[in-house]
Design a protein around this ligand. Sequence first.
Ligand code: NI
Length: 236
Amino acid sequence: MRVIVRGALALALTTSLLAPAAPANAKPKPYCELHKCIALTFDDGPWPYTPALLDTLKKHKAKATFFVLGRKVESRADMMKRMVDEGHEIGNHTWDHPDLTKLTDEEILSEISSTQQVIQDVAGITPTFMRPPNGATNTRVGSLMKSFGLPQILWTGSTLDWQARNTKVIRDRTLKYAKRNAVILLHDIVPETVTAMSTVVDTLTKKGYKLVTVSTLLGDRELKPGEAWPKPEKKK
Ligand code: NI
């Protein structure tokens, strides 16, 4: 017997006969299991240099994470909205950048809650993690962050760009730390960093890296509230 089926029907029949049935609840693999990902993170803004950085990221369809200071957010609503609209992620970096380990519990809570509030008011989103200024944290800070439900995001590579203030040095250090699943610490308040990112983003993209937000980098991995991640590289 010969059955002739044509066009779309034939294709549908062939496909349904040949393709192994996917389990109904099959979950797609996290993006960064399929791709070489890097999370570039920019702290201490937003600042007047931030829009130029957003332009560079946009040009390469790159995403980043901004750990912003509450006190700088209110007067720069446009930049905050642009970050959200263009798919970047925003984290809480406190109101005024103090060493949290030296503050009272009450002061720490105020630093974090005022910053959550102003970000919510201005950008319409609530950060789901924070970064302690200078990475200074301890058990007490950790347990207070737990009460906010906020994991603490550290880094795998710190460029010390604020100290270097040199475009070439910042570029080379960023590229040195650029490995799969790296979280790289930079600052959008450093103009040389913003300049360096033009070459860095272009180079990493050409090397096949995907520049993603911290959340995308984490994929399926759920951090516990208060947990500090990733562990910084040991100083050599
Ligand atoms: Ni900072």
